[in-house]
Structure formats: structure tokens, C-alpha cells
Design a protein around this ligand. Structure first.
Ligand SMILES: [Zn+2]
Length: 247
């Protein structure tokens, strides 16, 4: 029978140079705390990617992970710091989280998926038990990761949507890849300028080619957005337009 540590090691998909030191369960706070330790002798410099000797370990950090059996699950670890000949002492990237994030990548991925299904950011924030700004930061990090991966990809179905927050008083406009169900870009407001900013972001993706653009926005916004899309299409291969179910 597997030990609890190797069980969590497999569930978390940890590389061989990390081990689960211990798992603490608190019934009163309904929390599982998984303490991780780096066992390798070398780490990758976050700037140049060179493998360097471990210098020491950074201060303890905590990351919120997906719940385990409805128990809040926290990863705790001291990230190793390596000594790069070119860049000096640098903290090695955690394999389970983005830099400067206090959430695991799996949690952030779930949060983005939830956002795509919720009517607004406030609803997603409530389900995630996080405030609006934190959810917004998660969304922006996901967009940045997507931009790095997506340089040469094709987007077949593009969606322009709006999400409200603060009781419908404020909005953000999102650009989504409907085929792959992922957010491509987020800008504040639901104005014509916001749509222009979204579409301008496509200029950074020369390989993007689209069959259809679907707009999930209020009727009053459709006319002005169509005008901008038509202006945009003068500089880009014209897409077809069709309403998305539920508009
Ligand atoms: Zn380096």
C-alpha cells in the first residue's frame, strides 16, 4: 500500500527532486497542509535556464491548491535558491505555481475555467472564496501564459464577451478562443475603445486565423463593435459574423 507521502507526490505530479515531507490534516479548520521539500543538488536559473548548484533556501511560502475532499488544501515549501555564474543567487521556479503567485497552476486553471462559465467575475469570486482583484490577477496571469504558448497557434472561433462586477456597475471585455475554451485577452470596460484594444492585441499573433467571431454582448454595444470590427477587417482578413446562442 502506498504511503500518504507517495500518494500525494503522485497526485501533485511532483518531479523526482521534490518530496512530500508530511501531510497535516486539521478537522477543525477543514484544511489539509502538504509540506514539500526540495531534495536535488542543482536547480535551474530562472533567467538563463542553466543548471546551477543550490546555494540555500528561500523563506517558507504557501500556495492554495484545489480542495481535497472539500478540505482546503495548502502547499507549503521553501523554494531552493541557486547560484548562477552569470546572474548570482536566484530563487528556483516552483514546478506547481507561476512566479509571484500564491495559487497553484491547477487552481488557477480551474479558476479560469470557472470564469468562462460564470455570468460575471463576482459570481466566480464567490465560488472561489476570493476577492475580485485576486481573481482578476489570476485571469491576467493565465492570459500571459497563454500568450507565450500561443505564438504559432490558430484560433478558429473567436468570442467577444463582457463580464460585470460590483453589482453590474463595472465591466471588463474578454476575448476568448471558443474552440479551446480559453481567455485570450481581458480589458477593462465594455466600450468601443475596449473592443479596439482587444482586437489590437491580435496584431501580436501573426499566425492567428479565424473562421468566425461570436459576440456575447448587449444589443446596444453590437452596432458600435461591428463598426470597429469592420474597420479592423480592412487591415486583416475579414471574418464572418454570427450571433452566439444566448446573446
Ligand atoms: Zn542564470
Amino acid at each position: 500500500m502506498q504511503s500518504l507521502s507517495s500518494h500525494y507526490h503522485q497526485l501533485l505530479g511532483l518531479p523526482s527532486n521534490w518530496e512530500v515531507e508530511n501531510v497535516n490534516l486539521s478537522m477543525s479548520s477543514r484544511q489539509v497542509e502538504i509540506r514539500l521539500a526540495f531534495t536535488g543538488k542543482q536547480g535551474e536559473c530562472p533567467i538563463c535556464g542553466q543548471s546551477c548548484l543550490i546555494y540555500d533556501h528561500a523563506a517558507e511560502q504557501r500556495w492554495l491548491h484545489l480542495d481535497t475532499m472539500q478540505f482546503e488544501t495548502i502547499l507549503v515549501a521553501r523554494l531552493p535558491r541557486c547560484q548562477c555564474k552569470e546572474h548570482g543567487v536566484k530563487t528556483v521556479q516552483a514546478p506547481w505555481a507561476a512566479r509571484h503567485s500564491r495559487f497553484t497552476l491547477l487552481f488557477e486553471s480551474f479558476a479560469v475555467e470557472l470564469l468562462l462559465h460564470c455570468a460575471n467575475i463576482k459570481a466566480a469570486s464567490r465560488l472561489l472564496r476570493l476577492n475580485w482583484h485576486t481573481v482578476n490577477q489570476i485571469m491576467r496571469r493565465a492570459v500571459q501564459r497563454g500568450l507565450v504558448r500561443r505564438k504559432a497557434e490558430t484560433v478558429e472561433y473567436l468570442g467577444i464577451d463582457e463580464k460585470s462586477f460590483k453589482a453590474g456597475q463595472h465591466y471588463v471585455t474578454t476575448l476568448t478562443d471558443l474552440g479551446e475554451r480559453r481567455v485570450l485577452e481581458v480589458v477593462e470596460h465594455r466600450t468601443t475603445e475596449a473592443t479596439k484594444e482587444l482586437l489590437a492585441s491580435l496584431n501580436d499573433r501573426p499566425a492567428v486565423a479565424m473562421e468566425t467571431i461570436a459576440m456575447m454582448v448587449s444589443v446596444s454595444m453590437i452596432v458600435s463593435r461591428l463598426v470597429n470590427l469592420l474597420i479592423f477587417s480592412a487591415f486583416w482578413s475579414p471574418p464572418r459574423y454570427r450571433p452566439w446562442p444566448g446573446c
